[in-house]
Design a protein around this ligand. Structure first.
Ligand code: ZN
Length: 571
């Protein structure tokens, strides 16, 4: 029987089934013999029905996520290590198109291909909305994933409140599973291609009501007066344990002062005005740790017990644009992180973000969005090869969707970034399909963004090129003739219906793909905050630490909102 042994046995499911949702149906009447699937490991957690959204308290979100994960059997998990991959803005459409582009790069028609995580055995859909927004942002969504509690747009690991209310946020800090792991003595790491202080990585380690408080100069005076601290500072100093032994990404300027010249770009300095050298502070907290800012230094620091890598003053370069000798790939960063963290006998947790899929989509550039997704696929493949499915839970998900469309009736093997060839529903053709005005069109397009074909204050009417950041745009007077345009060019911007400076997020579900102990619980359509509960329930050391703080029910399921103060410890 795959049952938890460290905690009390399962309840009499039948008794509670009457009051709860889901999962009970699959538990059967008689005790199931040797359950092989997570469904038979279901534990019921009653959740009160509330009015929406008024009744959605942080405790309600937490318990609701716990109930769903437990009903799905996550408590049967025995993970030693956890790796969460986050494709920022990686909509299901982005995944499908990237899969085809990768397949076509390998010489196939493309549709047959699978990205690395699409070979994982377990999948679910994640509902991404924020407490105050139907279509969410990366901060509120990552807060749901890291704390088990949904929150407002812009929230960094605090529960729902006003975005500019520092004082109100101070009692609302929510413990993340990375801080929990640190407190439980596991090794921890964070890797991203964005700034380390950007929304997604920030919500693993910092607490702020506003995602924009990345360095000291970003905080309004009232927030400073009320006691709020910038995100960068929180990333290097932590009350929960050792803090992240691996911090790899961009955002060098957020950690260094204006007095300090950038090591890579002569014309740049750091951004901090408070005189704090956060790199030195991190080094002091990690004796023997290495600070690196390029690929060669990272490789040379292979034996260092801890590493802080800041590879760009801002976000790291797109994989397509990076200097391959100077800047490591996401797969390389992944390998360096796992190599170090896996030395810890207590196990490790690691968050790895493909942070720029989102940026390319915002810029209306499908090429880079798909290319970044393929880079993430390589990183996930690396992690899957370096770890064992017997002891390491790997989850791959996105925080939210985008407006990328994959439409028309292109023939099999048609270049995914190309113009549609094919005769539509009525039969195939080698010629370009035409709209009713006689013009060809591409398979991929955006519902909104800077790819709109009207004239802007930056580029003339017609197809737009990357990087297009207009501040004003005229309505398009008609579709451009793409006959002579190479839409597979990396800098081509797909047509966008509604002219916006920045293409927007989308509100539909994203995927969750999972492998390893506890991954069988990842199924169905779940609220995004259930991801936290999949992780803590499937990892005995994490749920044990939560139980020690008195947050578990009689079945050992963490159901009560943990108070961060209970997890702080002296260095
Ligand atoms: Zn975004």
């Amino acid at each position: 029987m795959r049952r938890p042994t460290a905690f009390p046995p399962f309840p009499l499911l039948a008794a509670v089934c009457a009051t709860v949702l889901a999962a009970c149906a699959s538990s059967g009447e008689a005790p199931a013999p040797a359950p092989a699937d997570a469904a038979s490991a279901a534990i019921a957690v009653p959740v009160a029905a509330v009015a929406h959204p008024a009744g959605e308290t942080p405790q309600w979100w937490y318990r609701g996520g716990a109930a769903r994960a437990a009903a799905n059997g996550a408590m049967a998990g025995r993970a030693k290590n956890v790796i969460l991959f986050l494709g920022d803005g990686m909509s299901l459409t982005t995944v499908a198109a990237a899969r085809i582009l990768q397949g076509q790069r390998h010489g196939g028609p493309g549709e047959e291909n699978l990205l690395s995580w699409e070979r994982f055995p377990h999948t679910a859909f994640s509902k991404t909305y924020n407490t105050d927004s139907q279509t969410p942002d990366s901060a509120g969504t990552m807060t749901a994933i890291t704390t088990g509690v949904k929150s407002h747009m812009g929230a960094i690991a605090v529960s729902a409140g006003d975005r500019d209310d520092c004082a109100g946020s101070l009692g609302q800090a929510r413990l993340t599973w990375l801080q929990l792991a640190d407190s439980a003595g596991l090794a921890t790491g964070i890797v991203t291609t964005a700034r380390l202080t950007h929304a997604t990585p920030a919500a693993t380690w910092a607490h702020a009501p506003d995602r924009n408080w990345e360095n000291d100069t970003d905080l309004p005076p009232e927030a400073v007066a009320a006691g709020c601290i910038d995100i960068a500072r929180q990333m290097v100093a932590t009350p929960y344990g050792r803090g992240p032994q691996v911090l790899l990404g961009g955002g060098r300027g957020e950690f260094t002062t204006v007095e300090e010249r950038d090591p890579e770009y002569d014309d740049k300095v750091g951004q901090r005005l408070d005189g704090r050298d956060l790199v030195a502070q991190w080094k002091a907290a990690h004796p023997g740790g290495a600070y690196v800012w390029n690929r060669e230094q990272l490789r040379a620091a292979r034996d260092a017990p801890a590493v802080l890598g800041l590879f760009e003053p801002d976000h790291m370069q797109y994989d397509h644009d990076r200097d391959r000798n100077a800047e490591p790939s996401l797969a390389e960063l992944t390998a360096e992180a796992i190599r170090r963290l896996s030395r810890d006998p207590n196990g490790f947790v690691l968050m790895i973000e493909g942070g720029r899929i989102d940026h390319a989509n915002h810029e209306g550039n499908a090429f880079r969005a798909l290319d970044e997704t393929i880079a993430l696929s390589e990183a996930v493949r690396t992690a899957a090869e370096m770890t064992s499915a017997r002891d390491t839970l790997i989850l791959v998900t996105a925080d939210h969707s985008h407006t990328l469309n994959f439409v028309g009736y292109p023939v099999r093997g048609n270049p995914i970034l190309g113009k549609v060839r094919g005769g539509g529903e009525d039969g195939g053709s080698a010629d370009y399909a035409r709209d009713l005005g006689g013009l060809p069109y591409t398979t991929l397009s955006y519902a909104n963004g800077p790819g709109h074909t009207g004239a802007s204050n930056r580029q003339p009417a017609g197809p737009k090129r990357h990087l297009h950041a207009p501040s004003s745009m005229e309505p398009s007077t008609g579709r451009p003739d793409l006959g002579g345009i190479d839409t597979e060019d990396p800098d081509y911007l797909q047509e966008a219906l509604v002219p916006l400076k920045s293409e927007s997020h989308g509100g539909e579900d994203v995927g969750i793909w999972a492998r390893g102990p506890g991954s069988a619980a990842v199924r169905g359509t779940v609220e995004q905050n259930a991801i936290y509960h999949f992780i803590v329930q499937a990892t005995p050391k994490l749920r044990q630490r939560l139980c020690e703080a008195g947050t578990c029910d009689r079945n050992g399921v963490p159901v009560e909102l943990p108070q961060p103060v209970d997890f702080m410890r002296q260095r």
